[in-house]
Design a protein around this ligand. Structure first.
Ligand SMILES: CC(C)(COP(=O)(O)OP(=O)(O)OC[C@H]1O[C@@H](n2cnc3c(N)ncnc32)[C@H](O)[C@@H]1OP(=O)(O)O)[C@@H](O)C(=O)NCCC(=O)NCCS
Length: 197
């Protein structure tokens, strides 16, 4: 498959590269960013290892992990990550994630990224169901998924032991057949741009 490159109104999602590690470290070492995530802060070696694993997954056949860098179109610099993993290929189901540098929160970036990811998952990859979960205290994450048209399917009680405490999860999901109706109307539908090079 050609390298993935998705466009939104203000942003581009492109394949991760090894040289993203410097900018990626800014997120990975920030306790505010990982506060409600299953991982803890990463050091330089941890970020490089993470990128290595994600980049290796780009070449897998069939490809099951789409972990993409969020950038501005006129500046290829890594601002955050968003993507999904097809966990049960036979059921065409994927789990998504999204994370941004702390100083970029509150600009509507994640709300722009999610519909583009879901368009790609349903229109290009023909997935059936995409879900995401978050700690109920992660109000921004829950709101982003809700705003992207995902339905809240449940509240799981204390299903994670993280950072010294039991944590609940909110589960959000959307199905391919309902996506056209649930897709946020404000976000212009962008087709994936042709591969470069
Ligand atoms: C979750 C995250 C990606 C949100 O990104 P963002 O670009 O700031 O989100 P948006 O600007 O698109 O905001 C979407 C909505 O959420 C609300 N929101 C965002 N962050 C919020 C916060 N911390 N508290 C309350 N509301 C918040 C916004 O006000 C907006 O609400 P609206 O639709 O009513 O206007 C970002 O906070 C982040 O990277 N967090 C750390 C990583 C993480 O937790 N990722 C999710 C893993 S499950």
């Amino acid at each position: 498959m050609n390298p993935v490159r998705l466009a939104t109104k203000r942003l581009v999602l492109r394949e991760l590269r090894a040289d993203d590690w410097v900018e990626a470290q800014r997120l990975d070492r920030d306790p505010r960013v990982v506060r409600f995530q299953s991982n803890d802060v990463l050091d330089e070696a941890g970020t490089k290892q993470y990128l290595e694993t994600s980049i290796a997954a780009q070449a897998a056949s069939p490809r099951l992990v789409y972990d993409l860098a969020i950038c501005l179109p006129d500046d290829d610099r890594f601002l955050g990550r968003a993507g999904f993993k097809i966990e049960r290929p036979e059921h065409r189901e994927a789990q998504l994630w999204f994370t941004l540098r702390h100083d970029l929160w509150g600009k509507g970036f994640a709300s722009e990224v999610l519909p583009a990811l879901l368009d790609f998952a349903f229109d290009e990859l023909k997935l059936h169901r995409v879900y995401g979960d978050c700690d109920p205290r992660n109000v921004g994450s829950a709101r982003v998924m809700e705003r992207a048209g995902m339905r809240r399917e449940g509240h799981l009680r204390e299903n994670w032991w993280l950072k010294g405490e039991w944590c609940d999860s909110l589960l959000f999901a959307v199905l391919n057949q309902e996506w056209p109706a649930l897709r946020p109307k404000g976000e212009a539908l962008q087709r994936p741009s042709p591969p470069r090079g």
